[in-house]
Design a protein around this ligand. Sequence first.
Ligand code: PGA
Length: 249
Amino acid sequence: MRKPIIAGNWKMNKTPEEAVTLIEELKPLVDDAEAEVVVCVPFTDIVAVRDAVRGTNIGLGAQNMEWRDSGAYTGEVSADMLKALGVEYVIIGHSERREYYNETDEAVNKKVLKALEKGLTPIVCVGEKLEEREDGVTDEVVRRQTKLALKDVPAEDVSKVVIAYEPIWAIGTGKTATSEDANNTIKVIREAVREVKGDQPAEEIRIQYGGSMNPKNASELMKMSDIDGGLIGGASLKADDFSKVVHHK
Ligand code: PGA
């Protein structure tokens, strides 16, 4: 059985002080969660959040990393640097990074390989743009992104990866894919994993849905056969909303 994973993506929000306030509110609300609970926070909040989540069931994630180990890469942060602070998860290839910072499928793949090498759990984002959906190429887009992200990942490591299917038109817009549509596209992603890595990795890999997931729609999405969790933006910024998504009853 795949354990559901609900991860908050705080994006560029919260100072360290605000971050600690949110975590303190969140802790008692999710301490009995059945799902794996993660918060992916800005780099500048990592130390404060690490201290605040110590001894709890809340996992600590970053939102990006550089794939090179060290050197003249101004403004970048390496996997070792994240590990040294106690980070366990890292979002890779979020559509905002692909769109605003020109992150390519090749860079996404390098980051996935580096995260695995260093023992970080990559949460790899894939998803189609609105035009691609309208042009009927959603399946091709997510299949391609999935296969390229997992290139050279050994079959036995695939279950350490989490994929987040995020239709870009649903991110921060209040529009959600219907649970059936989301589930169908996630099945397409799972089949793409099967084609390149085999049956067991395809059955074991966890695939989240992301894009305006909130307390109202979480339960319906989480009931679907292939949706193994959520990557939550807006609704992760309030403890009450995020905890409702975590419990999704
Ligand atoms: P949203 O963001 O929940 O605000 O749509 C999700 C994401 O971009 O990860």
